[in-house]
Design a protein. Structure first.
Length: 494
């Protein structure tokens, strides 16, 4: 049966997906939340990257609008005001009404003020050397034209329209043409800039679209991979559990069959009158007693496990002296330990504070550890039990530690994460046909946790194992109450 179990254990993880399955099986206690957390983290990171990209595109588009589109708009206004300045001068030339001439001259001056403002604004915005150069040229050409325009206006207002026309034809037309060309040049520059920036924005938004598609793809792939991994690890977990339960049923049947066979053959011998004499009868009686005790312990452990799983266990927590718990355990296991010639080295630090717990539950917890130490000690016949106070960094407080140490076969590093799982049995112990149900450590761990503590293990193959029960220390007042009702601890006892 053990051979079959071993084969079944190997068979589940065989095939091409085996390494991945092993990883999934190892990660299974944390898989769903861990995987989802990683996916969430990755998607958030990529999402942030895309948001940054979108933001950059947005800023680029805004810059383009502010730089080129608004610039083009300003140049349009400038061109209009320049034309307005010239147009008003023309109107002044074409009328003989002095009032109208005055009004047109004012209109021309107002327009040229706006042009000057526009040119200054343009120069303030200009960044590129060529832009600045054209801007300065425009400023110069415009003031050149204004000089002629002022002379023309003065002649008109003095009544010499003919002279004004001559002045305009000679100086005004060519200088205005220069201004017009400058404005054309500036407009061309803006056009160039606008199309360049438009191309940039188009490229950035194209890039963003690709990235967005990438993110969606990655998200979809990651989400599918996670769902697949979660489903697979759940399936593996279910298969593993079913397998462990089958192994458990096989182990329990085996554990029951052996003592039952002994009891049955002893009973047969007695019934058939094959047992003669008081001594022989006594031996048979004690053999039956032993086997009954084994069966009772097995059944008790299974019942305890079932009640723990159903949350039916009601523990009575009270301050307990550590030595009292250890003595109770040693009393319970004395027969087993002495029978096979084990030495138990017992070291309890003097003046230990009390722990809060249920005496029978804690005894059961330590008893499971001692029974394991006995079962898995191999040739070594030594078990060490220590109790001491430890400054726990993790819990940032003091705690009591009770360790059960053996110098036996030790535990494989790969099996360490599983030994506290219900029904789990190590491959080596199954190969060695050492009997068990795979419930001892799971029970011990549940009890430790129910007492507000933990159970940890350090082990090395062929060197041995140290199981440590960590228990919180009871407040001083409660501890004093307990010491009144119980006898004091001896110092170190060996
Ligand atoms: P069981 O002893 O019935 O198999 P446990 O839950 O008590 O079940 O232990 C689970 C597994 O942990 C064991 O099958 C064994 O592989 C390993 N183990 C527990 N205690 C020891 C120990 N002291 N030394 C070596 N291996 C151990």
């Amino acid at each position: 049966m053990n051979g079959q179990n071993k084969r079944a254990r190997k068979g589940t993880l065989a095939g091409p997906a085996a390494p991945l399955d092993r990883v999934l099986a190892l990660a299974s206690p944390y898989n769903s939340s861990l995987l989802l957390l990683i996916v969430f983290f990755l998607v958030t990171m990529v999402g942030l990257f895309v948001i940054r990209d979108l933001h950059a595109t947005n800023v680029e588009a805004q810059k383009m609008y502010a730089g080129s589109v608004q610039g083009l708009q300003r140049i349009g206004e400038l061109q209009y005001e320049v034309q307005e300045t010239r147009r008003s001068t023309f109107y002044a030339l074409t009328t003989n009404d002095s009032n109208l001439q005055l009004e047109y001259a004012d209109q021309s001056r107002e327009a040229d003020r706006l042009v000057n403002e526009g040119i200054s604004e343009y120069l303030r915005q200009a960044r590129m050397p060529h832009e600045i150069e054209v801007g300065r040229r425009l400023q110069l050409d415009w003031s050149g034209y204004l000089g002629v325009r002022n002379e023309v206006l003065a002649s008109i207002l003095e009544g010499s329209t003919k002279e004004a026309v001559n002045l305009d034809l000679k100086g005004g037309v060519p200088s205005f043409e220069r201004v017009r060309q400058d404005l054309q040049e500036i407009k061309r520059l803006y056009d160039e800039q606008a199309s360049q920036q438009l191309a940039n924005v188009a490229a950035t938004s194209r890039r963003t679209i690709f990235r967005l598609i990438g993110v969606l793809g990655i998200t979809l792939a990651l989400a599918s991979a996670s769902v697949w991994a979660i489903q697979r690890s759940k399936m593996l977990g279910a298969i593993q559990l079913a397998k462990l339960q089958m192994e458990f049923v096989a182990s329990v049947s085996h554990e029951l069959r052996t003592p039952l066979a002994v009891i049955s053959s002893a009973a047969d011998n007695i019934a058939d009158g094959l047992v003669g004499g008081k001594d022989q009868l006594k031996r048979y009686g004690s053999a039956i007693q032993n086997q009954c005790r084994q069966i009772t312990e097995l059944v008790n452990q299974i019942l305890l496990f079932a009640s723990t799983k159903e949350g039916k266990n009601r523990y009575t927590l009270r301050p307990l002296q550590v030595s009292r718990i250890i003595d109770a355990v040693l009393d319970n296991t004395a027969e087993l330990v002495q029978e096979i010639g084990f030495v138990i080295e017992r070291r309890i630090e003097s003046g230990l504070p009390c722990v809060m717990g249920d005496l029978s539950a804690l005894s059961q917890c330590l008893q499971n550890l001692i029974v394991n130490a006995v079962k898995y000690s191999g040739e070594s016949r030594w078990i060490g039990i220590r109790a001491f106070v430890h400054d726990s960094e993790e819990r940032s407080c003091k705690e009591i530690r009770i360790t059960v140490q053996d110098r036996g076969m030790g535990i494989d590093r790969l099996e360490m994460p599983h030994i506290f799982e219900p029904f789990y049995r190590g491959a080596a112990v199954m190969a060695a046909q050492i009997h068990g149900t795979g419930l001892g450590l799971s029970l011990a761990k549940s009890i430790a946790e129910a007492m507000g503590g933990t159970l940890s293990v350090v082990s090395e193959l062929a060197v041995g194992s140290i199981f440590t029960l960590h228990l919180p220390i009871v407040e001083k007042q409660e501890s004093e109450m307990a010491s009144v009702t119980s006898k004091p601890d001896p110092s170190i006892r060996t």
